[in-house]
Design a protein around this ligand. Structure first.
Ligand code: AHM
Ligand code: MG
Length: 331
């Protein structure tokens, strides 16, 4: 049995960068702390809604109950702000980024989707938090600008997710592979449960919202037909698995081998998922695990962002499967 804790692992990784300030380690530690608090709240979501009262209503002390996505946003932002380590935070929950002027001397900015797939909470299905850390571009000591956030994904220093599922796990990379930690709620500790996660080159799971199939590019439709056919590389139809929570769908495919697609559609010509909060961090993890992430025509991490809430189509997962899907788009 492996008893390495996330805290120990973070410190150990830091030793490989002699002279480092330890700021990145502390950012990861504050994500770990906020993740524990949010995990505890999510586990009580059914109680909160059906027993204690719905979000938006008042609790017994007359305080307004927060919706869990707002709560998670608040927790992560407070935890990251409090340690003085990030000079700016952009969240999928907010229209604009927050300049953390009390931390003007900090080197890093962070982008976060505090509770992705939050519509799944009310039906007791897995959700996740996604984060990504970059070095600032603006000079240290000044207020951050939009430019600090509009960096291509290849500039990420760290990225990861927390999945609130049958157990809570934190999976992250700092560019030296991907490691996963499972939370033991009894003692409040994340243990290294999935060291050096490697994406199988191929698998037999495809994940896409089936209702988009008639509204997306012909190449995607033809690739899905390939997945469903007996003429594919496995000689039998792949399994369709779609939770509707990006983190959960990606996590399963990372462990088992599979492909996740959120395509451009007629009504959403850039797809649904956000480049900065969802696609870039997931792409960084996928590539670090040996997988691939593309729009179909361009590597996700090479896109030059032009706005904070930009959306892009995404095909991500096992390398050979993503390449096969790409081949249908370039025919
Ligand atoms: P959200 O950021 O509003 O939660 O939406 C993102 C989620 C992803 O987790 C998921 O993969 C996708 O939306 C599902 O969308 P759809 O219901 O269109 O299939
Ligand atoms: Mg989201």
């Amino acid at each position: 049995m492996n008893f390495t804790t996330l805290g120990e692992f973070i410190l150990d990784e830091q030793k490989h960068f002699p002279g480092s300030s330890g700021d990145l380690s502390s950012i990861l530690s504050s994500i770990r702390l906020a993740g524990k608090i949010v995990s505890q709240q999510i586990n009580k979501a059914g109680l909160a809604k059906h027993i204690i009262g719905a979000a938006g209503s008042e609790n017994i002390q007359g305080e307004q109950q927060q919706k869990l996505d707002v709560y998670a946003d608040d927790r992560f932002i407070k935890s990251l702000r409090a340690r003085g380590l990030v000079c700016g935070i952009a969240s999928e929950e907010n229209d604009d980024f927050v300049a953390v002027d009390e931390n003007k001397d900090a080197k890093y900015i962070i982008m976060i989707d505090p509770l992705d797939g939050s519509s799944n909470i009310d039906v007791n299905v897995s959700v996740g938090t996604i984060f990504s850390v970059y070095r600032r571009i603006s000079p240290v000591g000044t207020t951050v600008t939009t430019e600090d956030f509009l960096q291509p994904g290849r500039e990420q220093v760290a990225a990861g997710y927390i999945i609130y599922g049958s157990s809570t796990m934190l999976v992250y990379t700092t560019g030296n592979g991907v490691n996963g930690f499972t939370y033991d709620p009894g003692i409040g500790v994340f243990f290294l449960s999935h060291p050096d996660m490697v994406s199988p080159d191929s698998g037999s799971i495809y994940s896409m919202n089936d209702s988009n199939i008639d509204y997306c590019q012909r190449g995607i439709k033809r690739y899905i037909e390939y997945c469903r056919s007996e003429e594919n590389d496995k000689g039998k139809p792949y399994s369709a698995r779609y939770i509707g929570s990006l983190v959960a769908d990606f996590h399963r495919n990372l462990l088992r081998g599979g492909i996740y697609i959120y395509p451009a559609t007629q009504s959403a010509p850039n797809g649904k998922l956000r480049l900065l909060y969802e696609c870039n961090p997931i792409a960084f993890l996928a590539e670090q695990a040996g997988g691939k992430a593309t729009t179909g025509v361009q590597r996700i991490m090479d896109i030059e962002p032009n706005e904070l809430h930009q959306r892009v189509p995404i095909i991500v997962g096992s390398k050979d499967m993503v390449e096969k899907a790409e081949s249908y788009l370039t025919e």
